[in-house]
Ligand binder design. Structure first.
Ligand SMILES: Cc1cc2nc3c(=O)[nH]c(=O)nc-3n(C[C@H](O)[C@H](O)[C@H](O)COP(=O)(O)O)c2cc1C
Length: 337
């Protein structure tokens, strides 16, 4: 069941067509016409989980659990290895329940023995499950996903979330590696960010609305329920990012994601205060429709264009992006109040 669902998620992602804005076009950053820098001295690298990565971007959770997922994970891991960026795997629940599917996750560590690999499970998992998922890949961190909208639209989805906060707390306290709480495309609000912080969470991936749409992906699996009115449910990614950043917690690492497709969106995220960006859907588009080389080039070009943008902002270190002026305009400005 889980194996075929993973396959359907990928297929339905490619079929999904609903478009909504992540509102990053309502963050405005300027342009500097003079500089004293050389392009080759503009350093896009940052430190993450104790390693230097080549630019502030990671491949976010997508898949695992069947032969097709094995091929996808292999290619994504090769890209992560070649470009020295982190990669999260899709939910490992299937590998905990059906041991024969482990290979499709383990391939990621095989392809990238020294890279940053991030495990993934749902936020209702137990500490034992989280430990097993981490051990499977010798992971550097684990993501716990919050996917309420997806579960509720899914006919066989979870309905009982009464233990959610206890589960999160137990994994955060019980593991000695970072635990990242992430959404899957409906965004984290300021209040939820604050609740997570109070549970001990120090890494949040906003995964807002404006990119992959899990309500639609699930809806396409179930002709019995027309959930199209919920395709626009959620907090646009730029708003979610600004809300979580407005908590102003110095020890909170904030990842901007949800429809991040361009270097401009990465730069804007860093300018407003994000520590890292992440993307899934667009890389999958390139990989499945265009193949390995096009997907590799897509991410390589993201990095190159990010370097160009840093130069156009007269910044030679990523941390200095936080000093760049920006303006929030339009609907996003109204929404942040
Ligand atoms: C086909 C597909 C499968 C996904 N599977 C998972 C998953 O297993 N676990 C998870 O945390 N997120 C999963 N996601 C969500 C992504 O990690 C990401 O949070 C979300 O797609 C928003 O980013 P994007 O707009 O860049 O795709 C999946 C996304 C896609 C498109």
């Amino acid at each position: 069941m889980r194996q075929s669902r993973k396959q359907e998620h990928l297929e339905n992602y490619l079929l999904s067509s609903h478009k909504s804005s992540n509102l990053f076009d309502e963050i405005f950053i300027g342009h500097k016409s003079i500089t004293d820098k050389k392009f080759e001295d503009v350093d896009t690298s940052i430190e993450f989980l104790g390693k230097r990565i080549s630019f502030p971007f990671m491949i976010n959770a997508v898949t695992g659990g069947n032969d097709y997922a094995n091929e996808i994970n292999k290619d994504l891991a090769r890209i992560a290895n070649e470009l020295n960026i982190p990669m999260a795997v899709g939910s490992q629940k299937v590998a905990l329940e059906e041991k024969e599917t482990r290979e499709s996750f383990e391939i990621v560590r095989e392809m990238n023995p020294d890279g940053l690999i991030i495990s993934n499970l749902g936020a209702l998992c137990t500490l034992e499950e989280a430990k097993e998922a981490v051990e499977m890949l010798n992971s550097n961190a684990i993501q716990l996903h919050l996917n309420l909208a997806q579960e509720l639209v899914m006919p066989e989805g979870d309905r009982d979330f009464t233990e959610m906060k206890e589960s999160i707390e137990s994994v955060v306290n019980g593991l000695d590696i970072p635990v990242i709480l992430k959404e899957v495309g409906t965004g984290i609000s300021k209040d939820v960010g604050n609740d997570l912080y109070n549970l001990g969470v120090r890494y949040i991936d906003c995964a807002g609305k404006g990119g992959s749409n899990f309500v639609e992906i699930e809806d396409l699996r179930d002709p019995g329920l027309d959930a199209s009115e919920l395709y626009d449910w959620g907090i646009p990614s730029a708003l979610s990012l600004l809300e979580v950043l407005s908590l102003k917690k110095d020890d909170l690492f904030v990842i901007s994601s949800g429809g991040i497709r361009t270097s401009t969106e990465i730069a804007k995220s860093l300018v407003v205060g994000a520590n890292l960006c992440a993307g899934s859907g667009e890389i999958i588009n390139y990989l499945i429709r265009g193949g390995y080389n096009l997907a590799l080039d897509y991410v390589k070009n993201l990095r190159h264009k990010f370097q160009i943008i840093m130069m156009l902002l007269d910044v030679s270190k990523v941390e200095d992006l936080k000093k760049v002026d920006y303006k929030v305009v339009g609907r996003l400005r109204e929404l942040i109040g």
